[in-house]
Structure formats: C-alpha cells, structure tokens
Design a protein around this ligand. Sequence first.
Ligand code: R5P
Length: 289
Amino acid sequence: MADMDNFKEAETFGLNTPQKTIGFPIKGASNLDWGMKNRLSRIFGKDGKSLMLACDHGFIMGPTGGIERIDLSIVPLMKYADCLMCTRGVLRSVIPPTNTTPICLRSDAGSSVLTELNDNVMMAVEDAVRLNASCMAMMVALGDERYEGKTVANLFRTVDAGQKYGIPVMGVTAVGKQMARDARYFRLAARVCAENGANIVKTYYTEGFDTVVASCPVPIVIAGGKKLPERDALELAYRAMNDGAAGVDMGRNVFQSTNPAAMIRAVGAVIHKNLKPDAAYEMFQDLSK
Ligand code: R5P
C-alpha cells in the first residue's frame, strides 16, 4: 500500500485557464502521432526550417573529397547543423554517441558509382530505432525504367515500418537518366514521394521551384549538388528558401568549401535569418579571415 501520510490533496486545477490546443508548424504533419512529430521537431524545431548536413556520399562514391576523414571534417561541423544525414556505418564508427544533433539515416543501399543503379535494398527499421534515428532517407528513382517501381516500393514499405515506430521517412529523389531536371519532373517526383507516405522530400532546386513546393504536401529540402563557388551556393540556398523550401540537405558545397565552418554558418544564416546572398557571402568571407 502506498504511503498516504502527509498526502497532498489535489487543488491546483487552473480553473480559469483552459488547456491550450497546440498547433503544429511542420507542413503536412498535423495529423501525425507524437513520436513522429517529436522527431520531425528535432529536425525542423527552431522555426520549421532545417540546415541538414549531408555526408552520406561515401555509400556510393567512396572517400569523396572533403569527407575522407569524417571525424576530422564533419564532426566539428555538427554543432552548426540542425541534422546530420549519414549512413549507419559512419554513425557507428565515427560519430560520437554523445552527439545530440538529430540523425537522418541513409536507409537504402545497392549500387556504387562503379556500376549502374541496381536493386536497392532497405535497412531494417529496428536498426534505425537502435540508432535513435530521427528520420530514414530512401532513394526514389522516378523515371528510371528498371528501378522506379523497386525504389517506390522500398519507400512505401519503409513508411510502413517507420509508422510502426514513429520514425519519419525522407524521400530522396534521384533523377532518372531520361528525365530533365526541371520543375515538371520535380513536381511529379516530390508529389509521388509524398503520396507514398514520405514526411520530407529532398529534391534539387530548379526554375519554377515554387510550384514544386506548392504542389507537395510535406516539407521539401534541397540537395546542394556539385560544388559551386560559395556565393553561388548561398544564392541557391536563398532562392530555394524564398520559393518555400523548408531547408537544405547540403553536402559538397559545405564540406568542399575553402572554409567549411564558415560556409555552414553562412548557409545557416540564409536558412534561419533569411540573410540575402551578398550578406551571407560577406559573412562567409568575414568568418574565413
Ligand atoms: C544524395 O542522394 C546524396 O546522398 C547526398 O546526400 C545529396 O546529394 C546531398 O549532398 P550534395 O549537397 O553534395 O548534393
């Protein structure tokens, strides 16, 4: 029997203060369960926007320039990122478990740059749970005649698995060889990902990007793509945000920069402070001195 001596009677009912109904700021996520919302909030928490730092390139490209040593190049940048996108191999071998930056876990695999796209497989969701992932990322190759169906099915099944444990899924659009990287393609790709259950979609920026965002019911983040001069990469981020992106999932334009720490901070200012490209570039230059 519980000890009832000195039991404090309930009396603080706040009778004149109705319990607040709390809205949820992330696009398309209002009807999700608490765990999903909590994980999405880790990624987009501050203002509904996110600076995701991608360093998963090695899973297809090997030791790409800038990420030969993730312990030396990426780990020191993590404090500036809202989320780190990486593979489970790097997470277990290099990322300190004391890290509190949310993880977007690359959750499919199959091909390397040495071969063509091949039969991608999905990671077991239990491993994402073990690794405390905030999100699982799955490639979707729309327009690729051989692997479109396979990769859409992988996304679809990963959403099922993610729902079971409350882990959101990011659909990563890989542009099929026959497809132009234009707004028409990305509208279709983003929408297909979202309709199949993706909670976040990653695309590339293109002219007419505002229509891609408008017709996608969940947040879109853009990949940076190949290395650009810093000012151009900051302009790319600014344009995407201006057109309604929820953030970037940027890799090479950060870790291949002449000053990655300055670059990630400048990109962060574009995303969270709406800094214009010239001001952001000035910030990059000042931090590089
Ligand atoms: C895409 O599937 C890759 O896994 C990268 O995460 C992505 O391309 C973002 O990196 P980057 O900004 O270098 O293109």
